[in-house]
Design a protein around this ligand. Structure first.
Ligand code: C5P
Length: 225
């Protein structure tokens, strides 16, 4: 029997890099907040998936207003986030009791994850406990060492995306570790707890909307759909 599936949608950041008055996950594209597009994509992939949206406590009321204003019907729970992404994920995990569930942690600002990527992530995590989507590096890379720098072999590196999927018992034990700044994503937390990370193919469109240029491109892609 297939495990229950959860998606923890992290959207509790302040989105400083965009320089906009609203955090980027709430910026309207194609007439609704960016994070609604992300949630619609996850729901369209698997309508039985449990959606947990993690928000900054200051934006809870704002979100409720958005839900009403846009007639957003997808069932979801809202969880208050924490200081760093790590703490926000941990707050959501504290609400999941089913240790056999497969939990994907997905950035609220990645609305272009493909159904194929989602299937690869959830299916791989079901069989091996961990699954992280990656894509190859197209650009050349240089390593900066103090005041010097040198070329590195780009074929040895991958760009990491979300959803990062894990069996819940693995996530629960990994997130018991004390926070360090090295925890930039969930794979780094799970790896530090001693588990190996299985890589699956991501999709190149699955970008994290970060800059005003990303937002314009997203507007074009979503408006066109
Ligand atoms: O800051 P960064 O872009 O790396 O954040 C990645 C994701 O983590 C974003 O979706 C952001 O909203 C979320 N986040 C969070 N809680 C925080 C910080 C970031 O949910 N305290």
């Amino acid at each position: 029997m297939r495990s229950n599936r959860y998606a923890v949608i992290v959207a509790a950041g302040s989105g400083k890099r965009m320089g906009a008055p609203l955090p980027k996950q709430f910026l309207p594209i194609a007439d609704k907040p960016l994070v609604m597009h992300t949630m619609e994509r996850l729901h369209a992939f698997d309508s039985e998936m449990n959606l947990l949206l993690v928000l900054h406590p200051d934006y809870m009321t704002y979100w409720n207003e958005c839900v009403l204003q846009h007639g957003f019907k997808i069932t979801h729970s809202v969880v208050a986030g924490g200081e760093e992404r790590f703490h926000s994920v941990k707050c959501a995990l504290n609400t999941i009791a089913d240790m056999n569930a497969v939990v994907g942690v997905h950035d609220g600002v990645r609305p272009f994850v493909s159904f194929e990527t989602l299937a690869r992530c959830y299916e791989q995590a079901e069989t091996s406990g961990t699954a992280v989507p990656v894509i190859p590096v197209n650009d050349s890379l240089r390593e900066v060492i103090g005041v010097t720098n040198r070329a590195v072999e780009r074929s040895q590196f991958r760009i990491v995306q979300t959803p990062q999927c894990f069996r819940m018992d693995i996530l629960r034990s990994a997130f018991h570790q004390p926070y360090t700044t090295a925890f930039t994503d969930d794979a780094s937390v799970v790896e530090a707890a001693g588990y190996s990370i299985h890589l699956v193919e991501g999709n190149r469109d699955n970008v994290k909307i970060t800059t005003p240029e990303d937002l314009l491109r997203a507007e074009w892609l979503l408006g066109r759909a």
